[in-house]
Design a protein around this ligand. Structure first.
Ligand SMILES: Cc1ncc(COP(=O)(O)O)c(C=O)c1O
Length: 395
């Protein structure tokens, strides 16, 4: 006897907006150990403070197992929130523990903010180019993503003003410090201009800052969240991924009270709360270890690695190329001469056992095929020099 099998209903339209990326398929080829990859966005694993973290997990499991392994509140571990609030306050952004929500990485904070704020069709303004997974997140929320023109210093305030009048955005997504993918930092005057535009025209700002603490040159710029014009309309996102360990999946958001409440409700629906044991270990680590001393070790290593990259680029890249000089973070941005296509060249690069990420997929509009992102974090200066020698042959 044959039974008929009815067709299944289709996937939601939103699940089709984020397609497979051809670049991801090429990059899958860079997993071979002989490849020197400037492509990854990973922190250097040999710099994780594994000893300090192991001690923190040990103490938590020895001293408070019942609490550390139990369900907990959606807002997050009070000790961890207090420690983060203390660090923000010291850096000029007065914050109480109650003003923070712990998230499962700052990636989840993006999802929560999108769930709390966005209706399908709402306009989200982004830097062009910007962080890929933020584009995916806003795309999944059904938003219409519109690119703000940028130059070497990030979003151009006059262009932003024009777009705001035309598009009436609900939010502006920015990575003001050592942006992913470009490594750019938004100067102070532009932060003020952006904050004032948000005040005048009424839109939310999502200030995503996973890299700000990785500054190894120059002084801190103020968070947009600390500027009076935008204090009541800015959500600041932070992360332990680049300063402690991404595998712990710990981030946080600092939002005005009403929006923080809406994010807490969205988080209840998503995962109830972030891992209790990881939060407790992070809080223990912050109490028992010296995160700032650890950060200084990371900064020193990343500065040496950035310097090795900057030293080798002139000989590795074709003449007519340009690149920036990031003062921190993990990435540097390159533009090849006219007529070159970084995606096409990546295929050749892989045959020479060296890789980078083409810039094109990071653009929300009008991709620039000549651009590419280079990460300087995961290889030693000597490996960076060897990787650049291989790239010289490719180009
Ligand atoms: C700009 C930006 N935001 C957010 C994230 C997500 O980080 P996590 O969820 O690990 O905190 C990343 C990761 O690379 C990033 O580059």
């Amino acid at each position: 006897m044959t039974t008929t099998r009815a067709a299944l209903p289709a996937f939601a339209a939103r699940s089709r907006v984020v397609g497979a990326s051809p670049v991801r398929e090429i990059l899958a080829l860079t997993a071979r150990p002989e490849v020197i990859s400037f492509a990854g966005g990973l922190p250097a694993p040999e710099l994780f403070d594994a000893e300090g973290l192991r001690a923190a997990y040990d103490r938590v499991l020895a001293e408070q197992p019942g609490q550390a392994l139990q369900y907990s509140t959606t807002e997050g571990d009070p000790a961890l929130r207090a420690a983060v609030a203390g660090r923000l306050t010291v850096r000029g952004l007065p914050t109480g523990a109650d003003g923070l929500v712990v998230t499962s990485g700052s990636q989840q904070a993006l999802t929560l903010v999108a769930a709390a704020l966005l209706e399908p069709g709402d306009v989200v303004l982004v830097e062009n180019p910007t962080y890929l997974a933020a584009l995916q997140c806003f795309g999944l929320a059904g938003a219409r993503v519109v690119a703000v023109p940028t130059d070497d210093d990030g979003v151009i305030p006059e262009a932003l003003e024009e777009l705001v009048l035309r598009e009436r955005p609900k939010l502006l997504y920015l990575i003001p410090d050592f942006q992913n993918p470009t490594g750019r930092t938004l100067p102070r005057a532009r932060r003020r201009a952006v904050a004032e535009a948000a005040g005048r025209h009424g839109f939310w700002i999502v200030e995503d800052d996973p890299y700000g603490e990785l500054r190894f040159e120059g002084g801190y710029e103020p968070w947009i969240a600390s500027l009076a014009a935008a204090a009541d309309r800015t959500v600041l996102l932070g992360s332990f991924s680049k300063i402690m360990a991404p595998g712990m999946r710990l981030g946080w958001l600092r939002a005005p009270a009403g929006l923080a409440r809406a994010c807490v409700i969205a988080k209840q629906a998503a995962d109830l709360h972030t891992s209790t044991v990881d939060q407790a270990a992070a809080a223990r680590y912050l109490a028992d270890s010296d995160l700032d001393a650890h950060l200084n070790r990371i900064r020193a290593a990343y500065r040496d690695r950035r310097d090795a990259l900057l030293a080798g680029l002139p000989a590795a890249l074709p003449s007519g190329s340009s690149w920036n000089h990031p003062q921190g973070g993990m990435f540097l941005w390159v533009r090849l001469p006219a007529g070159q296509d970084a995606t096409v060249l990546l295929r050749t690069a892989i045959t020479y056992d060296v890789a980078y990420v083409p810039g094109a997929p990071f653009f929300a509009a009008a991709p620039d095929a000549r651009t590419l992102r280079m990460s300087f974090t995961t290889h030693t200066p000597a490996e960076i020099a060897e990787g650049l020698a291989r790239l010289a042959k490719v180009f």
